[in-house]
Design a protein around this ligand. Structure first.
Ligand code: NAD
Ligand code: TYD
Length: 355
């Protein structure tokens, strides 16, 4: 049985990856997560009693604890998703982004290198360090063109600069120390269990509650949206079949302006939650984000061609599923919006951490 150590497994994408590994494979999963405001163990309630799932509440910046976890659980691979991930927060307070995304990645790389060097030859050869990153490292596109794996890095926000730094560290650890790494850079994800500070869950929940739907600037910035389970499937494929030292861009070929996204959510809600219709009357234009990247769009042909990956959801099917999930999962939503999930963690996990 393979053991996969996943950092950030209590977050939005990490929890989708953990659920897939537990539900669709025989792998053991060790979830290493500090449980910041964005880490929510309620997102893992469906798998947390599985004997192949272990939770370790650990900060990736804590070298001794990361080394202990590696020693105790002897993973065959590390998938690194732990990060500070919200651009707006990185603008108002970049320090945590520098700490977790750069220092944390460095700490994890060094602890993993030491662990990996001590493995026997077959296990050392089979080992993988998979670094999960974002398309935001490439900067902003104009009206045309796509981000490819060859696009030069031009990060514009403290978030994307910290992720770009982490990508460079991972690359250097491969070239200098021979660490067996693969890196993926993905476009904007959406789907269930997404923390409602990000556009799509924020708009769904505000609309249901009759609150304003804030659109930065004119709403004409473009993002390329991918359903989170499609991203998780791509990550598992890259871990299994990706070529060492290579980068794979992951995206859904789903470019939308922010206004189109918000209008689509409102139209679905008009049908599923007619009480507040028409929901688009709540759209409110607010001051733009400083340095707001204009357009992101991923050319995902390398992963499609080399690894035979393609997304299963279209934006229409994925968005409908997402809205339905938020309407049905009021318990999770209440926990997150009230902050109760942090108390729930204390109550339910106080004596399970590290078990
Ligand atoms: P998220 O904010 O939902 O989750 C991050 C997780 O990391 C949380 O569970 C948090 O508790 C944990 N964490 C934060 N600091 C930590 C630390 N110091 N030690 C241990 N754990 C820590 O983020 P997400 O949206 O799930 O993103 C996961 C990864 O994917 C990130 O690396 C992000 O840069 C990348 N990514 C995200 C998107 C997106 O659209 N959300 C797109 C492309 C790439
Ligand atoms: P976000 O979900 O924060 O992801 P990212 O900044 O990583 O792309 O934002 C997606 C887009 O939506 C981005 O162009 C900013 C915009 N946006 C709004 O217009 N209003 C909002 O309230 C938020 C959170 C984002």
């Amino acid at each position: 049985m393979q053991t996969i150590l996943i950092t950030g497994g209590a977050g939005f994408i990490g929890s989708a990856v953990v659920r897939q590994f537990i539900n669709e494979t025989q792998c053991k999963v060790v979830n290493v997560d500090k449980l910041t405001y964005a880490g929510n163990l309620q997102s893992l309630a469906s798998v947390s009693d599985n004997p192949r799932y272990v939770f370790e509440q650990v900060d990736i910046c804590d070298a001794a604890e990361v080394a202990r976890v590696l020693r105790e659980h002897q993973p065959d691979a590390v998938m690194h998703l732990a990060a500070e991930s919200h651009v707006d927060r990185s603008i108002s307070g970049p320090a945590d982004f520098i700490q977790t995304n750069i220092v944390g990645t460095y700490t994890l790389l060094e602890a993993t290198r030491s662990y990996w060097s001590g493995l026997d030859a077959p296990r050392r050869a089979a080992f993988r360090f998979h670094h999960i990153s974002t398309d935001e490292v490439y900067g902003s596109l104009g009206e045309s063109g796509f981000f490819t794996e060859e696009t030069a890095y031009e990060p514009n926000s403290p978030y994307s600069a910290s992720k770009a730094s982490s990508d460079h560290l991972v690359r250097a650890w491969h070239h200098t120390y021979g660490m067996p790494v693969v890196t993926t850079n993905c476009s904007n994800n959406y789907g269930p269990y997404h923390f409602p500070e990000k556009l799509i869950p924020l708009v769904i929940l505000n609309a249901v509650n009759g609150k304003p739907l804030p659109i930065y600037g004119k709403g004409d910035n473009i993002r390329d949206w991918l359903y989170v389970d499609d991203h998780a499937r791509a990550l598992r494929l890259v871990l299994e079949k990706g070529k060492l030292g290579e980068t794979y861009n992951i995206g859904g070929w789903n470019e939308k302006t922010n206004l189109e996204v918000v209008q689509s959510i409102c139209a679905i809600l008009d049908e599923l939650h007619p009480q507040g219709a028409p929901h688009n009357k709540l759209i409110t234009y607010v001051q733009d984000r400083p340095g707001h990247d204009r357009r992101y769009a991923i050319d995902a042909s390398k992963i499609a061609k080399d690894l035979d990956w393609k997304p299963q959801e279209t934006f229409e099917t994925g968005l409908r599923k997402t809205v339905e999930w938020y309407l049905a999962n009021t318990g999770w939503v209440h926990g997150v919006t009230s902050g109760d999930y942090q108390h729930w963690v204390e109550k339910n996990y106080a004596n399970r951490s590290g078990a």
